[in-house]
Design a protein around this ligand. Structure first.
Ligand SMILES: [Zn+2]
Ligand SMILES: [Zn+2]
Length: 332
């Protein structure tokens, strides 16, 4: 089992016990609300808002199929991830921001549509009554953030006229090389309709996504590679990062909730924070609550979160891994 090092100088064992493992729906509810003193429904604001984690996993997802098929594999996480309701089941990182207004209208803004978008949508959209996608916001053009764009055809063919997608010019160039027929619909050759997507390019300036102000949070995702996280209301969302600059730190200041990339313990990757680095960043940024995302199969959800919970007792640091389907009420 991997030792979880969550603070400099102390290596904590995750203490894997069979009784601590969650693998069945009997003791795990994906709709469970985590108690939070600072995030609530804000019913007097005229809207009910929530975020829902559509995916909390790295590009390859969890389980790794190779862990399931290799006779040599001793990975405890991937077989567990196959069990219904397991929090170790992780699709590509993605977030739903859902606002329900007093007139009954529901707005759904999604951050990223990666390779597993279809599976995430199939799993969580019916549960959260997502009947329209009102905007899609892209962090960067890696496959785990844009690989599902073709699947948006279901929305624009059957649900709505078009779908605005907010992304940087450089990411639009990458999307065009991946999905030339989505950017220039004149180049489609198939008989079925392709998605009618409206690409809106963004820069560092705040922009409006279906009435929700999104503030880009430029972060380093590997040396010399800048991508965007986003702040909306009191939530700062950074799904892919290896460094956060002073100017972005200022943009995060005052957030109530930070969602932060934490790939795996110990081993650096170069393009993502390790768990230890993410814990240090959470300390440095001083946001009241941090939820970690973009995890590999090295993270065993329940025991790792149990270790992280000790940081709340010892130093008041509220930090946990999120899980697919996790819902949090926010004020937006
Ligand atoms: Zn595995
Ligand atoms: Zn990436």
């Amino acid at each position: 089992m991997v030792g979880v090092r969550v603070s400099s100088g102390s290596v904590m064992r995750s203490g894997l016990q069979s009784t601590e493992r969650i693998g069945s729906a009997t003791n795990y509810s994906p709709r469970r609300r985590y108690p939070s003193s600072m995030l609530n429904s804000g019913s007097d604001s005229g809207s009910k808002s929530r975020i829902v984690f559509l995916g909390t996993g790295t590009s390859e997802g969890v389980p790794r199929v190779s862990c399931l098929t290799s006779p040599e594999s001793d990975c405890p996480v991937c077989p567990d991830a196959m069990k219904p309701g397991s929090p170790n089941r992780r699709r590509n990182t993605s977030l739903l921001i859902q606002r329900e207004f007093s007139d009954g209208r529901i707005s759904n803004v999604v951050i990223d549509a990666g390779k597993f978008f279809y599976e995430s949508a199939m799993h969580w959209f019916p549960k959260y009554n997502v009947q329209t996608m009102d905007a899609l916001v892209i962090t960067h053009a890696h496959a785990d953030a844009v690989g599902g764009l073709d699947d948006l055809r279901d929305w624009t063919n059957n649900n709505q006229e078009s779908l605005p997608i907010y992304l940087r010019e450089t990411d639009l160039d990458s999307v065009e090389s991946l999905f030339f027929y989505l950017v220039d619909r004149n180049k489609q050759t198939g008989g079925g309709g392709v998605a009618k997507l409206t690409f809106e390019t963004i820069d560092d300036s705040p922009f409006d996504a279906d009435g929700l102000e999104m503030i880009p949070l430029p972060v380093e995702h590997g040396r010399g590679q800048e991508i965007f996280g986003f702040r909306f209301g009191e939530v700062s969302y950074i799904s892919d990062a290896s460094a956060i600059s002073d100017s972005t730190t200022e943009l995060i200041a005052g957030s109530e909730l930070l969602v932060l990339d934490a790939l795996r313990p110990a081993r650096t990757h170069g393009t993502h924070f390790t768990l230890e680095q993410a814990v240090d960043e959470a300390r440095r940024l001083g946001v009241k609550r941090t939820l970690l995302t973009d995890a590999t199969h090295d993270i065993d959800h329940v025991p790792v979160n149990a270790e992280l919970a000790k940081l709340k007792e010892s130093e008041g640091l509220d930090i946990q891994y999120a899980y697919d389907g996790m819902e949090i009420s926010v004020e937006l």
